[in-house]
Design a protein around this ligand. Sequence first.
Ligand SMILES: Nc1ncnc2c1ncn2[C@@H]1O[C@H](COP(=O)(O)OP(=O)(O)OP(=O)(O)O)[C@@H](O)[C@H]1O
Length: 301
Amino acid sequence: MVIETKGLTFNFGNQTVVKALSLQVPEGSIYGFLGPNGAGKTTTIKLLLNLLQTQQGDIKIFGLDFKGHRKQILAQIGSLIEQPAIYAHLTGKENLLNRAILLQIPESRVDEMLTLVKLTAAADKKAGNYSLGMKQRLGIALAMLSDPKLLMLDEPTNGLDPNGIIEIRELLIRLTTQHKKTVFISSHLLGEIERMATHVGIINFGELLFQGEIKELQSISQPMVLIETDNTVDAANLLTKNGYNVVEVKNDHLTVTYQSKEKSAQINSLLIQNAYPVYSLHKVQKDLEKLFLDITQKPAN
Ligand SMILES: Nc1ncnc2c1ncn2[C@@H]1O[C@H](COP(=O)(O)OP(=O)(O)OP(=O)(O)O)[C@@H](O)[C@H]1O
């Protein structure tokens, strides 16, 4: 594991904003850290970067205990929290050169980073004139300059247009697949994360509600059978009497929990034998957006 926390807890005054968090971020993953606004994502990232002092629990990064290996660990993490620290009056390239000199990194890395984030053509433009998406990419280039193993990004696509979002997504996928990095990215948008993440952690009110591979999240969403018919209330009664779990009754359709394809065929026969016309019958997977809402709509304690 690249990041492993146990019982990580943090309070602001008497408000517990991170509750006994046990994160497991595998090497080479894009780990999407999902949660609505105020869930505790930024606080968690700040704890992982030692920008906030851990009050309770343990953090291991690269297999090393944070306590005792702080410097060694932080030297291998690149991060982008809120706005990137960019000098608006300097060009993109000058911003990178400045940082390279400061960190005693060979200047050749600057051109490599410009290529990586696809800013070569805009290298000599003032960074103040960059679009938001270009600024974010320059921020990622700055974070990657020292060639860290782990990149931590706090809502890097906030405020970006769809093209800007796609560019960041492609960049992060390149970083993990071609450059063997691990990316930890927070977001409140599931749709955005599911297109790139390999692993997901879902946090709400400081608590981890789900953690696993993206496909596990998809598989825990129960599929349904949607049936288009008439007299839906009566049809629903018939199905219920025959042991089917009807979850929704609308004017023109019914939704029943999916069990198997044979059971779906039996539903079809049963309705037809009882003179309910079946205009259509198909299996639907609950989309992740809906699943995310279901998981996070847990009331606060
Ligand atoms: N410096 C602070 N002092 C007191 N409370 C704070 C402070 N920073 C954050 N909080 C509170 O901690 C909780 C978690 O905030 P945090 O910023 O970690 O959430 P988040 O998931 O990153 O949300 P967002 O997407 O809105 O940034 C919120 O209730 C917030 O109001």
